[in-house]
Structures are given as structure tokens and as C-alpha cells.
Design a binder for this molecule. Sequence first.
Ligand code: NAG
Ligand code: NAG
Ligand code: NAG
Ligand code: NAG
Length: 389
Amino acid sequence: MHHPLTRNIAAAALSLLSVDSVIGTPAPLVTPAPRLEDAIAPRADACTFSGSLGYSSASVSKSSCSTIVLSSLQVPGGKTLNLEKLNDGTTVIFEGTTTFGYAEWEGSLFSVSGNSITVKGAEGSVLDGQGALYWDGKGGSGGVTKPKFFKANHLNDSTLEGITIKNAPKNSFSLNYVYNLTVKDITVDDRDGEALGKNTDAFNINSADGVTITGAKVWNQDDCVAVNSGKNIYFGSGFCSGGHGLSIGSIGGQAVNVVSNVTFADSTVQNSQQSVRIKTISDGTGTVQDITYRNIFLDNARVDPDYSDYGVIVTQSYGGDKGKPTNGVTITSFVLQNVTGTVGSEAARVYIECGVGSCSDWTWSGVSITGGTKSSSCQNVPSGGGVSC
Ligand SMILES: *[C@@H]1O[C@H](CO)[C@@H](O)[C@H](O)[C@H]1NC(C)=O
Ligand SMILES: *[C@@H]1O[C@H](CO)[C@@H](O)[C@H](O)[C@H]1NC(C)=O
Ligand SMILES: *[C@@H]1O[C@H](CO)[C@@H](O)[C@H](O)[C@H]1NC(C)=O
Ligand SMILES: *[C@@H]1O[C@H](CO)[C@@H](O)[C@H](O)[C@H]1NC(C)=O
């Protein structure tokens, strides 16, 4: 039995769909929870969108629902599941498996923006990007065009929680222009891409102020976290496996090239190319300051020796000639505290190549890394502060 408002919303959603996509699919697309108050309330309490047409009705009806449930949606290839500009305070819940069809395009597969928004994954839910259909070992720099996955841009005072992404074609979470964002208990599982996945960064952060990521579990083939610009960013109690570690940068090649007050804490980096990394672009300019890595465990004893490069790396020649660092980006107040564990047999435990005078005021304590080798080619290592290469 349908509540009158249920029918109205469903009819409104249907009337906005193109005719051909409606034919043969009379099942209700929108199912607000029936409540008496809804008859007069401007917004329904909860709307559920499901199946193969739910993606477009969700985009159309999104501002009529205070809670949007996306239940086993099948999003067609080449389309964004668009939840931008949601009403303040909207909650979005993914249930079941959401699949995103194959198409060679830039994406994003999903996009959300607004204020005081919560996006949650229900227990057992998965967002499946079907990465294996795209992966060709070329990532973002060749082969088929691969879509980015989860765009959270212009999102303020909001929370992403309990979301599981499987098999991202390339980058998973793009967090840009976000202010006070809490990101809890996210899983990114691109283990199937071990051979051919590339540039499957889990979290890319740009122009952000106030991002707290806790309890993330990531298996991927590029940065676990890359902070490109922004401040007041915390990543804690995380697990990163198979990728390129916890990174600041690359810095120096964008409109804004300032990163400050970033902390990585209480996390494990496993089987990764490097674990702790600051990369600044050759001939770029910018500022990197107040960066802390605390209680980081390097679990790289079993990493493929060919894959493993460094434990800790600071490079100021990124994108240019390795071994020729430039000094246009300053790196100050770089703290390592209790960074322990093992690197792969062919990795350098620590590698630092700073430009002349651009690295200063570093404080390292409890840095104790085993395995691998001692680098003989560090340059301009800041003196004092317990730093050694
Ligand atoms: C989010 O906050 C920032 C900084 O205060 C502000 O510039 C921006 O307009 C806000 N975004 C929205 C969607 O309200
Ligand atoms: C972020 O949180 C701080 C501290 O609670 C608050 O002062 C600031 O206004 C918030 N910024 C935005 C854009 O909501
Ligand atoms: C640094 O960022 C954290 C959030 O990660 C915040 O709690 C702290 O107040 C910031 N420190 C300064 C000096 O702004
Ligand atoms: C050092 O970090 C490890 C995790 O990597 C943690 O288990 C240990 O308690 C930390 N030690 C101290 C003294 O905080």
C-alpha cells in the first residue's frame, strides 16, 4: 500500500526520466518510509532508490529526502551518481552492492557535496568499480581512459563512514575543498589489481582544512594517502598495503602549494614501495610545514624486492632528475617519532635529497628501521634534530 506522498515523489521522479529508460520498468523507484507527518512535511524522511534506474531518480529526487538509501544500485557506465548540492543535514546510506558499469571516461563514478552531510556504508555494503575491466598496467597515463571513483568536493562539516570500495579503476577518494570532514572506517580493496592496477590512490586531498581519517584499511597500487595541499589533516589507526605509502605531495605543481599541520599516527604500512614520503616537484615552489609521522610501523619484510624502494624518502626532484634536488619548496618542522619496522631487502631505509637550504628544523626520534640498505647518496640533510640518512 502506498502513502499518497510516496506516489507523488515516485511520479515526479519518473516524469523526469527519459521515456525509453522507463518503459518496461514499472517497479517503484522511490519508497519513502510512510509516516503521517510526511503528507505535510516538505521532505520525506527516507527515500530508497534501487536497481538499474535508481541512479537517475536519486539525482532527481535528492533534495526531497532527508535520508537517501541507495540499495544495490546499478549505475550505468559513463554516468555520475550525482548527489551534489544536497540539502544541509542529508544522510546517504549505501546498502548491498552498488555497481558502476564500464565506460572509458574520466568520471567521477560518484559525487557528493553539501554541508553537514553523512555518507555511510551499511554493514556488508560494497561500491564496486569493476576495476579489472579497465586495468592495463598504464593507470592514468595511458591505455584506456579510467574514471576516478568517489568525489567529495565542497563538502563541509560532514562525515564519510563505513564505506567499502572495491576495485577502483584508478583513484578512489578525491577530497577537494573540504572543511571539517571526518572519514571513518573506510576500506579500499584493490587487491585484485596487484598485477595490472596502477594509480589507484586511496585518498587524494587538495585545498582542505580539517580532515580526520581514522580506521582506514587500504590495499592498492599507489599512494595510500597523498596530501597535495591543505592544513589540519590527521590520518590515524590506518592500515596501508601494497601501495606507495603515506605521502605529502607531490607539492609545487599546482595553484596552491602549501601543506601544513599534517599528522600520520598509529598506522601500519605493509608491502609498499615506500612507507613515509614527502615529494616536491623539481623547480616547483611552495611550503611544507609541521608534518608529523608518529608510531608508524613498516611491515615490509615480505615485500617483493623489485617493488620495494625506500622506508622513508624525502625527495625534492620529483618529476625531474633524480639526484638533482631543487630548493623552491621548503620543508620545515618535519617530525618522525617512533617509526619502526622493516623494509624490503633492496630498499634504502632512509633517503633524503633536499635542495640547498630548503630543509630545516626537523626532529626525529625513535626511528629504527631494519632490513634493506643504507643510502650513500643523500644530499643536504638538515643537521641536528636526530636526523640521519
Ligand atoms: C564551506 O566552507 C568554506 C570555508 O568556510 C566556504 O568557503 C564554502 O563556501 C563552504 N561551502 C559550502 C558548500 O557551503
Ligand atoms: C570547522 O570547525 C572549526 C572548529 O570547530 C570551526 O571554527 C569552523 O567554522 C569550521 N569550518 C567550517 C567551514 O565549517
Ligand atoms: C593541527 O591539526 C589538528 C587536526 O588534525 C588540530 O586538532 C590542531 O589544532 C591543529 N594544530 C594547529 C596548531 O592548528
Ligand atoms: C611505537 O609505535 C608502535 C606502532 O608502530 C606502537 O605499538 C608502540 O606502542 C609505540 N611505542 C611508543 C613508545 O609509543
